[in-house]
Design a binder for this molecule. Structure first.
Ligand SMILES: CC(C)(COP(=O)(O)OP(=O)(O)OC[C@H]1O[C@@H](n2cnc3c(N)ncnc32)[C@H](O)[C@@H]1OP(=O)(O)O)[C@@H](O)C(=O)NCCC(=O)NCCS
Length: 152
């Protein structure tokens, strides 16, 4: 069946969320709630995409920028549609959309244990920065909700 690619809308939330839960992306109760994703899409309306097959969302990529750097999050393709080029096409769409907004560089984080995900990003030309430490700080209390999350 043909795959249609289009901008992600908030109406895609339920299907996208169902994919994220299955894909093992890092999720929390605030940023990944409907309100959280709606806020994200309002701020970044032109850079996140879905792949749709027979009316069903089979791939999604959240992408946005802060005016300087692009960031990709929650790239996920349904397990029965992997290795068909859908992930690559979603990345291409997101990068073209960032370029159209004048963004010159894009970053992402991936769990080290995610061998398939890291191989995918390597194939898409995302180089590993071994000279940096990734640091963050929570500004609100958030609960991790991905099913297999284990606090390190
Ligand atoms: C990572 C993911 C989005 C890739 O989607 P996809 O549609 O299967 O990717 P593509 O078909 O476009 O793959 C492009 C290339 O990436 C590489 N690649 C993709 N998945 C791979 C895997 N599991 N192992 C090794 N290489 C892989 C291959 O080089 C592939 O080209 P090929 O099929 O011609 O060999 C998908 O596997 C997924 O949803 N995984 C779970 C969620 C996840 O890990 N997301 C990334 C979070 S950081």
């Amino acid at each position: 069946m043909e795959i249609e690619y289009r901008l992600m809308k908030i109406e895609d939330y339920e299907q996208a969320y169902a994919l994220w839960i299955l894909c093992g992306n890092g999720l929390n109760d605030k940023d990944d709630s409907r309100e959280g994703i709606e806020k994200y899409l309002k701020r970044n309306p032109n850079t996140s995409f879905v792949a749709v097959c027979g009316g069903k969302v089979v791939g999604v990529i959240l992408c946005g920028h802060d005016g300087r750097r692009g960031i990709i999050q929650h790239a996920c393709v349904s397990s029965d549609h992997r290795r068909e080029g859908i992930g690559g096409k979603l990345v291409e769409l997101a990068l073209d959309a960032l370029k159209a907004e004048g963004i010159n560089k894009v970053l992402l984080v991936a769990f080290k244990k995610n061998a398939g995900g890291n191989a995918f990003w390597e194939s898409q030309g995302f180089t590993l920065r071994e000279d940096l430490n990734y640091r963050n700080k929570a500004l609100a209390e958030m609960v991790r909700i991905d099913p297999d999350y284990v606090k390190e």
